[in-house]
Unconditional design. Sequence first.
Lengths: 167, 106
Amino acid sequence: MSPILFYLFAAMTLVFAVAVVANRNPVASALSLVVSFLGLAALFVGLDAYFIAVIQVLVYAGAVMVLFLFIIMLLNIQAEERRKINVPAYAAGGLVTVAFIAQLWFVLQKFELGKTAFAPLAEKHVDDVRNVGNTLFSTHNLPFQVIGVLILVATIGVVVLSKRELK
Amino acid sequence: MTLTLNHYLFVSGLLFAIGFAGVMLRRNIIIIFMCLELMLNAANLSLVAFSRFNLVNGLPNYNAQVLVFFIITVAAAEVAVGLAIIVALFRARQTTHVEDINSLKF
C-alpha cells in the first residue's frame, strides 16, 4: 500500500471515529461509524487481508449498522439535550485517554522490530479466501463450531429479550 | 518513506483511545455501544497488521485472520443481544441516558 493511501484511509478512519464520539445526534454518529469502518476495511486491503476486508464491510457496514439505525429510529431518540456536565468524570476520562496515547507513543518509540518495513509476499496474488478457509476449517474447526452454538444462543436470547412481557 | 508496523499499531492505538474516550465521556448508551465496536475494530487492525508482518513461508499468518473472523462474529452477536437489552431497558424506563439508570447505585 502506498503511504499516501495509508495516510488517507487512516485519517478517514480516525476523523470519522472522532465524529462518532463528538456528534450529539445518534443517527449522525451511526453514519460516521459506517464511514470509519469503510476506511478500516481499506486499511485491511492494504495489508493483503482481502477476506477480512470484505467481511468487515458486509458485517459491520451492512448488518451491524442497519441494526443500530433501526434501533435508534425505533426508540425515536432525538439529539440529546445539554445537561450539566459532570466535571470529574470528564476530567478523568480525558486524562486517562491522553495518558494512554502518550504511553502508546513512548512504547512504539522503543519498539525497534516495528520500525522495519513489511516484507514482500512470496507471490504477487495470494489466494486469500482459500487460505483463511483452510486454516478455519482444519486448525480451528472446534472454535468455529463453538461460535456457531454461540450465535444460536444469541439468537434465542434476542428473541426472548424482545418479547413484550418477560414472565 | 516506507510504511512500517508501527504506523499501523499507532493508528490502531489511536482508534482504541478514541473508542475509550467515547465510552468514558458520552452518556447515551447507544453511543457507548458504538464506541465499544470502535475498540473491537482497533484490536482487529493490530491483529491483521501483525498477521501481515509475521510472514509464514512468504504468506501472512492466517491464524490471526481467523481470530479476527471470530472477533467479528462475536461482536455481531454482542450487538444483537446488547441492542435487545437496550430496547427492553427503554421499554421499562423510557430513557437511554446512563445517568437516569441508577437503581443499583449505592
